[in-house]
Design a protein around this ligand. Sequence first.
Ligand SMILES: [Zn+2]
Ligand SMILES: [Zn+2]
Length: 377
Amino acid sequence: MNKRCYYEVLGCGKSASIEELKGAYRKLAKEFHPDRNPGDHSCEHRFKEINEAYDVLKDSQKRAAYDRFGHAAFENGGGGRSNGFGFDFGTSFTDVFDDLFGEIMGGRRGRRQNRGGDVRYDMEITLEEAYAGKNAEIRVTSAVACETCSGNGAEPGSKPETCTTCSGAGKVRAQQGFFTIERTCPGCHGRGKVVRHPCKTCRGSGHVQKERTLAVAIPAGVEEGTRIRLSGEGQAGLNGGPAGDLYIFISIAPHPIFQRDGYNLHCRAPVSFVTAAMGGAIEIPTCDGGRAKVNIPEGTQGGAQIRLRGKGMPVLRGGGMKGDLYVEIAVETPVRLSRKQKELLRAFDEEAGSGTHPESEGFFAKVKEFWNRAEEA
Ligand SMILES: [Zn+2]
Ligand SMILES: [Zn+2]
């Protein structure tokens, strides 16, 4: 189905201000509201369209995404680029509606209980910690229920009183044309209660900022960008609503030896040309703090990769499964040679016969052919 442009739906230009959009939305939503047009399916469709358009355009982030990517910004997660903007029409519809009109026909919900906000905490760990997992303690400051008043905002000895404007309902109703409009009570901001003697500790808000220490178990195998959620450890809710969540965003410090690629680790190990030629063994560190012996086969060339199975990173919640460690061999050319060493190498060179340097021999054979052909032409 071809979707109409959201701006077109609201009859506004692309540069319309939020006030213009809101005005257009109000007008159209009233006109096409199903209660005013019972049984008219085209009106119902328009009404949904209007709500969807306004829901996107009223939100500056969603609007920016829509301006850039069009409707594609909101299709099933939007193919990566619009992550975070995807939304569910079914629920946002109600939210939009509550925003502007309050709850039509009343009584679907009780007093507003607001969930507290989510909190982000950034944590940098070392690669070794990501390898082994870690029990960390973090200190976070967030809103918690005030102890002095147990979160109700009233000075001890007094109690919040029932709001006289709304008789405790948290909402007031008014007749407006065809609608019975309910809106949040202005006397108590939807709480249904009014605090006459505000608690001195929290100034009547019912919560205070508090630093807390939380224990966090970082599982083995976490990666850059892994998020760990501590449910209910975010900001305290309002009016007894649930607290938000705390999200720990993991980042991993660069390591002096290892580079990580998913479950696998890479490192570079220099080897003398003598060891590379004659074979031998070297020892390299592993991420668990131990050592691993790497056998260098005779005649190893620079750039060769040697794989150590199971010496990579653990797979997150992978039941002990681990990736591999790739060791890239760097053959080192010796420098600052003594006279004796030079003599020995000269002697070695004179001794080196055909077949000692197959790559060079192959290469120079091709070069010779090339020059021959160039001369013939
Ligand atoms: Zn208090
Ligand atoms: Zn009230």
